[in-house]
Design a protein around this ligand. Structure first.
Ligand code: BG6
Length: 514
């Protein structure tokens, strides 16, 4: 079936509310994220008629880019957002993009930024409402927050008509690099902003397929009865990337797969799969259920962890360097580019069901998928069909394909036509692109819009960030004390280290073939 271009899904389709007039102020605007994701996402909202008429964007960074910033963003919208150069809304939108050069730790810069924003309010009618987006390197988060507070830019102000402006901040990941630093950052942010002004972003929650986990589970009755330890054998969550570290050596050296992807993206996926139905879709109700899942996870023993690092290889005829040969990476680096964990959620729904999770760079392909494997029926009536032409009886598997081939499939056994009872495996398959058309959304549209609307449902809360760091920090500490000799331990372009297969093998299982 041909795919059709779908419009950006309006956030909260229930309401289709348009945010108040406002300025989006992006700190760290000279970085890749602004050009590749944020501006294209804002423009997609504009195209969908979901931005306020009175709107402006201000990019803030150190270098003097006043002249080049707007055209550069225009280029990003076209190439990163798949927008036609001739799109009639494009130039008027670009004319509302400005740039402000300053050092993030220079108090005087905030005074002049404040004036610039006030002038934009006058020019574009943005009414004093601000969304500060912190897209800088994480070491600047505290300074920026502190200076915004000290310069009276963090609190809502009274308006002439007796109302109030709003001020919110989106904080990019990584939010801390362990439990202690995440708590310290939370304390600093909470000194300046109230919790309902803070939007800790995880772009996975902007993905339609991730939100759809909740719809799949809670808008459909049929799976709920079997969504528990009585019927589910185990759950796998894979976040595999075929790309390497893309020139981000200094960042990745301080991160690694556990911090970069598992503490946030994978833990979010896990909470959506495992949470109890919330009482409503209010932010606080959803967050409360997610935190319960993370808190019910038993401390993860080092023996239930695997780390890996890619070595050089030839993939599709192309020579790929190993991690240790990447630019600005230590030649004996211990940083993991692959991590796998086995964990259990000790609650009534999940006790005894292993969750196997893995994430890595330079793996065999790019795929993020959740696999739920069901238990086999108690009595295998068709044992004799085993190996007789068909594949025999295999457990039912529900696969939720988060990306890139978005969809859901259910695997089950079927009789192969013919005189004997041979069993084959078939799939019922739902494809997003076929059902709804291919979306040009990159996930940030929904999250930016929600933040402008003040809806924190799809953002991390203080308790949640600390709960996931509580799980991950002991593993990081154990690994730091126990460097491993046999790195690199997987070749670029493969499915990771053999020890990850051995971990499942010792449970009598195998990673699903993706
Ligand atoms: C980011 C990580 O948060 O997520 C990157 O820092 C990673 O290292 C990226 O590549 C993956 O996002 P996506 O949307 O491509 O799966």
């Amino acid at each position: 079936m041909p795919t059709k271009e779908a419009a950006i899904t309006p956030a909260g389709q229930q309401t289709e509310r348009i945010p108040d007039p406002c300025i989006v102020v992006i700190f760290g605007a000279s970085g890749d994220l602004t050009k590749r994701k944020l501006l294209p996402a804002l423009y997609h909202l504009e195209q969908a008629g979901l931005l306020p008429k009175d709107f402006a964007v201000v990019g803030v960074a150190r270098r003097p880019l006043e002249k080049t910033f707007p055209p550069d963003m225009k280029e990003g919208i076209i190439s990163g957002g798949g927008v036609e150069t001739s799109d009639p809304k494009l130039d008027p939108f670009v004319s509302r993009i400005q740039y402000h050069a300053m050092n993030f730790d220079d108090a005087a810069g905030y005074d002049s930024l404040k004036k610039t924003l006030a002038n934009i309010d006058k020019k574009f009618g943005t009414k004093g409402n601000r969304l500060f987006y912190l897209a800088t390197a994480p070491e600047y988060f505290s300074d920026i927050i502190k200076y915004l507070g000290e310069h009276g830019m963090a609190k809502p102000a009274e308006t002439a008509d007796g109302g109030k402006t709003w001020v919110r901040t989106i904080i990019e990941k990584p939010f801390g690099h362990d439990l202690e630093s995440a708590k310290a950052l939370n304390n600093e942010v909470n000194k300046v902003f109230d919790e309902d002004q803070i939007f800790r972003i995880d772009h996975y929650l902007g993905k339609e397929t991730v939100q759809n986990i909740l719809v799949f589970r809670f808008a459909n009755g049929i799976f709920e009865n079997s969504w528990n330890r009585n019927f589910i054998d185990h759950v796998e969550i894979t976040a595999a990337e075929s790309i390497g570290i893309e020139g981000r050596g200094p960042f990745y050296e301080t991160a690694g797969a556990l911090r970069d992807v598992i503490q946030n993206h994978v833990m979010e996926l896990l909470s959506f799969v495992a949470m109890e139905p919330p009482v409503s879709f209010e932010a606080s109700a959803v967050r409360a259920e997610k935190v319960k899942v993370w808190k019910a996870i038993q401390p993860i023993h080092p023996a239930d962890t695997v780390r890996g690092q890619y070595g050089p290889s030839t993939v599709d005829g192309k020579q790929i360097v190993g991690y240790r040969q990447e630019d600005r990476v230590h030649p004996r680096s211990q940083t993991e580019t692959y991590a796998a964990l086995r964990l259990e959620i000790e609650n009534w729904r999940w006790a005894g069901v292993p969750f196997y999770i893995r994430a890595g760079k330079r793996l065999a392909k790019r795929v993020t998928e959740i696999t739920i494997q069901f238990k086999q029926p108690p009595l295998l009536l068709f044992k004799d069909a085993e190996g007789k032409g068909g594949e025999g009886i295999r457990p039912n598997v529900l696969s939720m394909r988060i990306q890139p081939d978005e969809g859901i499939s259910l695997r089950f056994g079927a009789k192969i036509p013919g005189p004997s009872m041979n069993i084959g495996t078939v799939k019922m398959d739902f494809s997003y692109a076929e059902a709804f058309g291919k979306s040009s959304s990159n996930g940030y549209e929904r999250l930016l819009l929600d933040a402008m609307l003040g809806d924190g449902t799809l953002f991390a809360h203080r308790d949640g960030v600390e709960a996931t760091w509580s799980l991950i920090t002991p593993i990081l500490e154990a690994w730091a004390k126990d460097p491993i000799k046999e790195l690199p331990n997987y070749a670029a372009g493969t499915w990771g280290p053999a020890t990850a297969d051995a971990m499942l093998k010792s449970d009598g299982r195998k990673w699903s073939k993706l």
